[in-house]
Design a protein around this ligand. Structure first.
Ligand code: NAD
Length: 381
């Protein structure tokens, strides 16, 4: 990538007790990974973990920057996509770390999306019972969500993220310029998380994003950078209050109860994570009208925002009972009750179990707005 288009660096502090760190956001800053990391560690070796797609584009820039600061760089590349986030790839990385003789003077650098961040973080948390870890997220979703907060994991055959560890990074470097090469579906997945943050944020994020949705759809750099900063500030505030998801952090699942179930029922990869979460937000907003005293106008306001951000309703045939069964299988359904994050107004939410009968009624009403017969799937898409 070219070194043009730099912007001043903004910093957001993540105040997790005992493991505080800074997220720095700056266009063009991927060229400064070495300098930023050197300010945080005296480590001699940088274990650079990336996926093939990201590595082809950005590994050389990062490697060069790290080497300039005296790091000996050892690179590990995994295939792109969720299938790399598993036990066997994690094991191969751990074995490779050991084979290269990496010691405690090493720092793991994750360069990639949420898959690489979760995988490399999990490996950093377990290798030698924990070595330092630094995040360079390259998808919008990883910038605004997965790279901040210290959750790392791999998937098991029984489900996603079932083996993991909390491992806060030494720091996070966000360079919005790398999003220039991000495919549109990946962009949308991140944008759904941005919308979620704006709705749950107690400040003026919702008003701001409503006023700037067109600029975001056009990927205008200043708007994108501000959306990233506001989302990270929101997430940093949540995880500082609740590092281990024992309370407020549950709000980050807004839209994900239906979203995860839809991804499972319709088939991973056949629907983007962003469409699934956006659909889940629309659904939860309606449940909140019945169960949390939200005004119908607030549900409509969320629809309008998602439409404006290009996260339009899905048009697929869905069987309500299949979706209900998938919600039941989610690890976040505790003691049989399906839990929903319900927002009653901007910045006001609670997480609570919702009765199956209420969920079923809403699922029936929602499914009726979708295509009636499987044969019609794909129409107009
Ligand atoms: N730890 C957390 O708190 C947390 C939160 C949310 C999601 N996650 C996890 O994040 C993962 C999803 O992350 P994701 O959406 O970033 O997916 P991803 O890491 O698979 O990246 C998506 C695709 O985009 C490509 N890519 C990445 N950056 C690119 C760039 N700049 N240019 C071109 N291509 C690029 C990747 O190679 C990949 O093919 C899931 O496994 C999910 O469980 C974790």
């Amino acid at each position: 990538m070219s070194e043009g288009g730099w912007s001043p660096v903004t910093q957001v502090r993540v105040d997790v007790p005992g493991a505080e760190y800074t997220v720095s956001i700056g266009r063009g800053d991927v060229h400064s990974v070495g300098e930023r990391l050197r300010a945080l560690t005296t480590a001699k070796i940088a274990a650079l973990v990336t996926d093939q797609t990201v590595g082809d584009r950005y590994a050389l820039v990062v490697d060069t920057s790290l080497a300039r600061q005296g790091f000996e760089v050892v690179s590990f590349t995994v295939p792109p996509g969720e299938t790399s986030k598993n036990w066997s790839v994690a094991g191969e990385l751990l074995e490779s770390f050991a084979a290269h003789g990496l010691g405690r003077d090493s720092v793991v650098v994750a360069l990639g999306g949420g898959v690489v961040g979760d995988l490399a973080g999990f490996v950093a948390a377990t290798y030698l019972r924990g070595v330092d870890f630094y995040q360079v997220p390259t998808t919008l979703l990883a910038m605004v969500d997965s790279s901040v907060g210290g959750k790392t994991a791999v998937d098991l055959s029984a489900g996603k993220n079932l083996a993991g560890a909390f491992k806060q990074p030494l720091g996070v470097l966000v360079d919005p310029a790398v999003l220039d090469t991000l495919p549109e579906p990946e962009w949308q997945s991140g944008m759904a998380e941005v919308a979620k943050s704006a709705i749950l944020d107690a400040g003026d994020f919702l008003e701001w994003i409503e006023a700037n949705s067109a600029a975001l759809v056009e990927h205008q750099p200043a708007a994108v950078e501000e959306a990233i900063r506001r989302s990270i500030e929101f997430k940093a505030g949540v995880v500082a209050r609740d590092e281990k998801e024992e309370g407020p952090r549950e709000c980050l699942n807004y839209g994900h109860t239906l979203g995860h179930a839809l991804e499972k029922v319709l088939g991973y990869g056949t629907i983007t994570h962003g469409s699934a979460v956006a659909e889940g937000i629309r659904f939860a907003a309606r449940v909140a009208v019945q169960c949390a005293g939200a005004l119908k106008a607030f549900a409509k306001r969320q629809d309008k925002l998602l439409d404006a951000l290009g996260l339009e309703p899905i048009r697929r045939h869905v069987q309500p009972m299949e979706v209900l069964a998938a919600m039941r299988g989610d690890k976040k359904a505790r003691e049989g009750a399906i839990r929903f994050v319900l927002a009653s107004a901007p910045g006001e939410w609670r997480c609570e179990p919702v009765d199956d009968i209420i969920i079923s009624q809403h699922l029936e009403a929602w499914a009726a707005t979708k295509l009636a017969r499987p044969a019609e799937d794909g129409e107009g898409e």
